[in-house]
Write a protein that binds this ligand. Structure first.
Ligand code: TRP
Ligand code: ZN
Length: 866
């Protein structure tokens, strides 16, 4: 490994040369693909002239190189592991190169690779340099023309970005297709696909009346799993027209699903490439949650066409410019199509369970990072999901209309450009003639602000004084954050109280807290209220507000804001986990009963409100509690909830279970989420409930029902009827369904689980070259099986570190993702810290370690040595 280099945001400099047009010709062969490139360079007039130039290029075999038609002598260029330096350059020139690459041997799944006999590409962030020599940075936007040649029998479809302009036959059973993309784009949006597929076609007519052909390419035999994805695409196209007046700009939109993919999906211009997980879905193979995932990722990639592609990032430090914004857009899309209240709870869970941990861990970074070793490591919940929270706060500050005005100005100013997060915020503020300078600190400071709340009620004056302090920032945060706090007050019997602020009367309002310490005075408060703060999670902060179990129980039962209601329940349970105070149990059980019997909320909300907080969410808020105590209290609480409410779970199950049903409407999805939760509690309470789970297993027509039943049988019983084996027999040929089975095996809280996982490494359906399989069996163990991953004997850590070493030899991105599972180390006890420390010391000494893994592992090790 060459010594890892750190890249800094402050070092950004525009390139001395720009590229106008790119002509690529691919002669595809699995092991010996030739890439011939013609690039038109010209000096960047805004920069000081240069006569030498470095082009990125990795794992390329240079066959030929010429400038302005003349072959280059070796004294005019130098080659290194990282690229090619050209010398003695004129201010304008045509560079021709021919390189050879080996896609079939590419197990990193970055650049051009082969996935089950099909060629495909993944160029974001810095994969294009594995295809040809180039200025592989997002501020180099060029127009691409692409010619693909391959044999027709194996590769009847030859796809790239833009419009198809020409096709024809060649000798020896080969054929070619030529593509032209009229929109200038950065190299990370380049895509190529070649192979044989089944194709689903449809059409969308835009609001201005243009016809767009929609094409969805999947593995042969999977057409019956494509209808939902196509409907989702059409819904997304409509939504962006209706809400943002944004129309699609090419005549063709293609989506290709591949089984080997490092992430969820990729927004390449006109040719999205997707992980099969976010395309293939029918009721037999996909759960209700999977359907929602497909819809939201299809939406996400589609929305990138404007937020990402038409307006892109100046440099990779600005990644949140497109990702935070596009996540916010896909969240709004899902809220509009489904339940806004439930979607909000699910999004906040992501933040509390994963983002807070990242922000407190070894890899903490602002949503606009200042440095990186490997850019792939910064496709994080911070950049994506906290980034979306920052956009949401802008939306809260400006209102829906103000937000839309800002978006319109952003496109007016920057269409066709590569810009920065500052440019985005400026457009938002300028369009509304406002400025919130303190708000910008969200972009530059890492860490989760903690809010301390003090309040006093003056019964004579009927006023409430609220004193807020923010602190506990990550060490880099020295300036305060601007924190919008949506709030309301609840009376002692649960009614909503009105109040006045600065002469205006409200039942709910948003205050702006933007100093270290600030005091707000509310008048006309008729009685001493219970505070309901940070409604809808109006800012990504930790709220340190001490409320009694009685107050929390009242908020859980009565808060008019459903997010806060959910949160009160989670806080009540966390309080028990923290203190072990038995008195809390009856408040929790009573709270659960009041939710169960509340006719004013839907079953999807109930299912969330009646679920324990994730271990990782709890761990974040714990002080001085040992992991052993956390695990035993967590198990005890779950057991009590299961057994104390057995009759309730039975009633729910009987009321909402419909044997063998096939209904997919929103109400039934909600009913199923609640009754399947009840089934799990029932099985946890009592092994003899196994027969109910097995009945459901046998009769299920929907994967949601089949999978929950399987989970109950594997996690809580002996599985006397061998449902687990039946499942494999039934689904061994459906890779995505087998992923679910591996995940069920990996997440059982059973002391044998480590041995079982090791055996599964040689299961015929397991394949460690496939990221979905690794995520199903190893990542899910580390992320979702807290008690076993954090076993006191260290076997859980061992299992994962061994996997990091194996996988790191060929796929650094996936191995680094596994390494990030250790980001909670700072919260562990000394015994566990020592176990991790020993393993990581050895890990970072490995000379062959991928730089992706090195970056994460060395920072984790550093944190352990602090
Ligand atoms: N831009 C993609 C998205 O937001 C993310 C992505 C897909 C990606 N594949 C990747 C990022 C590979 C880095 C590496 O949907
Ligand atoms: Zn994205």
């Amino acid at each position: 490994m060459s010594k890892p280099v750190t890249h800094y945001r402050k070092d950004y400099k525009p390139s001395a040369f720009l590229i106008d047009t790119v002509e690529l010709c691919f002669k595809l062969e699995p092991h010996q693909t030739r890439v011939i490139s013609k690039l038109k360079f010209k000096a960047n007039e805004k920069q000081t002239p240069a006569n030498s130039l470095f082009l990125n290029g990795e794992n390329l075999k240079l066959i030929h190189i010429a400038i302005n038609g003349k072959q280059l002598n070796s004294d005019r260029f130098t080659l290194s592991e990282e690229g090619l330096t050209l010398n003695d350059l004129p201010s304008e020139f045509l560079l021709e190169t021919e390189v050879e690459i080996d896609p079939a041997d590419n197990k990193a799944l970055e650049g051009l690779y082969v996935s089950s006999n099909k060629f495909c590409t993944q160029c974001e962030a810095e994969g294009f340099r594995r295809i040809t020599y180039f200025l592989d940075r997002p501020d180099i936007m060029a127009t691409y023309s692409v010619r693909i040649e391959a044999n027709r029998k194996d590769y009847p479809f030859l796809l790239s970005n833009g419009n198809k302009v020409k096709q024809g036959d060649l000798e020896n059973g080969k054929h070619f297709v030529e593509w032209h993309d009229p929109f200038p784009k950065p190299s990370y949006l380049f895509a190529l696909v070649a192979g044989d597929f089944d194709l689903r076609q449809s059409e969308f007519i835009t609001q201005s009346g243009r016809r767009v052909a929609l094409e969805l390419f999947v593995d042969k035999g999977k057409l019956d799993q494509t209808e939902f994805a196509m409907q989702s695409l059409i819904a997304a196209m409509k939504w962006d027209e209706q809400t943002h007046n944004l129309e699609y700009d090419l005549d063709l939109y293609m989506i290709v699903a591949v089984g080997d993919f490092n992430m969820g999906a990729m927004e390449n211009k006109g040719l999205n490439i997707f992980n099969t997980k976010y395309v293939l879905a029918n009721p037999k193979t996909a759960t209700d949650k999977d359907f929602e995932g497909v819809e939201s990722v299809i939406g996400h990639e589609y929305f990138h066409n404007w937020t990402g592609n038409r307006v892109t990032c100046q440099d990779w430090f600005q990644l949140s410019l497109k990702e935070g914004l596009t996540v916010f857009r896909d969240q709004q899309f899902t809220s509009d199509l489904r339940s806004a209240a439930v979607k909000r709870i699910d999004d906040v869970k992501m933040i509390k369970s994963y983002q807070f941990a990242e922000d407190a861990g070894p890899m903490a970074h602002p949503i606009r990072p200042d440095e990186y070793i490997e850019m792939n490591n910064f496709y994080t919940v911070t950049v994506y999901n906290k980034g979306a929270e920052v956009i949401r706060m802008l939306h809260t500050l400006l209102g829906e209309q103000g937000y839309r005005k800002g978006m319109a100005l952003y496109f007016k100013r920057h269409d066709g450009q590569a810009v920065t997060c500052d440019d985005f915020v400026n457009a938002m503020f300028d369009a509304n003639s406002v400025d919130y300078p303190v708000f910008r600190n969200w972009y530059s400071q890492a860490g989760t602000p903690e809010l301390a709340v003090n309040y006093e009620y003056d019964s004579a004056a009927k006023s409430l004084t609220l004193k807020l302090t923010q602190s506990g920032h990550h060490c880099s945060a020295v300036n305060p954050f601007l924190i919008p706090i949506t709030l309301g007050f609840i009376g002692q019997t649960g009614e909503s109280l009105s109040f006045s602020l600065n002469g205006e009367s409200y039942e709910e309002t948003t205050i702006i807290f933007e100093r270290e310490e600030q005091t707000f005075i509310f008048d006309d408060v008729s009685q001493k209220p219970i505070l309901s703060l940070l409604r809808n999670f109006s800012a990504p902060v930790k709220l340190n507000l001490k409320q009694s179990e009685r107050e929390l129980a009242l908020l859980f039962a009565k808060d008019p804001n459903s997010y806060n209601r959910w949160d009160a329940g989670q806080r009540l349970m966390s309080l028990y986990l923290q203190t072990g105070n038995q008195n809390l149990i009856s408040f929790i059980i009573e709270g659960f009963k009041s939710i169960i019997n509340d006719d004013s909320v839907d079953n999807a909300f109930k299912a969330r409100a009646l679920s324990l907080p994730d271990y990782t969410a709890v761990l974040e808020s714990l002080v001085d509690l040992s992991v052993d105590d956390l695990i035993s209290r967590y198990r005890l609480l779950q057991n009590l909830i299961s057994s104390e409410l057995v009759q309730e779970w039975i009633n729910i199950y009987n009321q909402f279970h419909a044997a063998g049903e096939t209904e997919l409407g929103a109400t039934r999805i909600a009913d199923r989420s609640l009754k399947n939760l009840a089934l799990q509690y029932l099985n946890d309470a009592d092994r003899s409930s196994e027969y109910i789970a097995y009945e459901q297993y046998k009769q299920a027509n929907l994967m949601t029902d089949q999978l929950t039943a399987l989970k109950c049988l594997v996690h809580y019983s002996e599985d006397k009827n061998h449902a687990s084996e039946q499942f494999v027999t039934q689904w061994k040929n459906e890779a995505l369904v087998m992923d679910k089975w591996f995940m069920v095996q990996a997440t059982k809280d059973d002391d044998n689980v480590i041995t079982d996982i090791k055996e599964l490494f040689s299961h015929p359906q397991y394949d460690e070259k496939n990221p979905n399989k690794i995520r199903a069996l190893i990542t899910s163990f580390a992320a979702l099986n807290f008690p076993q991953f954090h076993r006191a004997d260290g076997q859980g850590y061992h299992l994962v570190v061994d996997a990091i070493k194996r996988i790191g030899r060929y796929n650094g991105q996936i191995a680094a993702g596994l390494t990030k599972q250790f980001n909670v180390v700072g919260k562990l006890d000394e015994k566990r810290k020592a176990l991790v420390k020993e393993l990581f010391k050895e890990l970072i000494e490995d000379k062959a370690l991928a730089k992706d893994v090195f970056e994460v592992a060395s920072k984790t090790y550093e944190l352990l040595n602090r």
